[in-house]
Design a protein around this ligand. Sequence first.
Ligand code: NI
Length: 131
Amino acid sequence: MSIVRFGVSLEKELLEALDHYALKNSFPNRSQAIRHLISENTVQEKWDQNQEVAGAITIVYDHHKRNILHTLNHIQHDYHSIILSNLHFHIDHHNCMEIIAVKGRAGVLRELAEKIISTKGIEHGKLTMTH
Ligand code: NI
């Protein structure tokens, strides 16, 4: 396998975290630590794709934003077979929080979460998954 060199720009804090990680795990240098982190993450991702998992998508948005309720409803109907339940909390006059419980292949859960979280007007969104 050929080795390619490339430059990386990082915030100081992230670089310190990397050095700390390398030291703690006895990696001889930063390259080795980065190599390990990348391969671990890509393996994890492939593995996750085929796993049946349960999860929750949590979102916060202003329900006055144009079309947001219609769009969210539409997306969720497209994925009705993996959605278990949907909790809606009216946090204040403007903001709603929704917790959407999901179960299915991790890859499909991610796909749904990305569509929901990238909807215009979503202020905060996060997917958590459990095996
Ligand atoms: Ni609400």
